[in-house]
Ligand binder design. Sequence first.
Ligand code: HEC
Length: 239
Amino acid sequence: MIKFLLKIAGCFWGAMFLFSCDSGDIYPKEYEGNGGITVAATFVFDNTDAFPNDYPLIFGAFGNKQSIPLASVRVMKPKNNEPVKVSIDNLTPDATSIMLCLTNLGRQPVFTLFEEDINVDAARDSIIIPEAQICLVSYERIQRLIFEQYTCVSCHQGTTGAGNLLLTEDKSYNELVNKVSSKNPAKNRVTPYNIYNSFLLDILEDDNLGMTQPHKAFVTRNDDDIVIIKEWIKNGCVR
Ligand code: HEC
């Protein structure tokens, strides 16, 4: 009987072994490239509901951080929060950093989620970036990609701002979170953990609220923007 059980266990481990060999996840095979230096990274995304749709997310090698990448791969939304493995082969020595970033359609970075300097010249082998946790929902992403990108700040700046609201950097958080709306005093502009008591969301989603300035059209990347604001509020408005 024991022999029999051992046999079954043996088959099981054998099967597991074959399976793992077949999966293609083994580093030397995957990251060898064509003899050049490869950079490989593994990212674990928190809150994939806020995974960018409208801004392509890329893993890229850069020579100059402002410019387009020397080489890049598109990173797709993982199923079931699985870690995402990415790699770029045959790096050229002018690559000085790698970035995981949201880009515009011209492939220029608009928001960076992860960044590390690399030295291709000094590398003898593949450059392996240790697994990194990526935070997709952040106040900084909202500030950069919504308040500044859509020029909300062009009206909501100065001493008081349109609607008595400032959305400029360093001001916007305190002006929004737990502050009563001047247009609808029954609600806050933003209430942590409560999307229904957050007037900011109302005016970006509904143009029939009697605003002198309709706001819905200011937000054009609806898939990304409304979702990230909602997730940020649901998670308690972490700064
Ligand atoms: C063209 C100028 C303009 C732009 C651009 C603009 N706003 Fe406004 N905003 C206003 C005006 C004017 C009001 C006040 C309207 C009223 O009282 O009826 C207002 C009101 C608001 C309010 C309500 C404040 C309160 O206390 O009730 C919020 C929130 C807001 N804007 C957010 C934004 C966001 C976010 C953006 C960018 C996506 C933006 N605004 C872009 C002019 C603008």
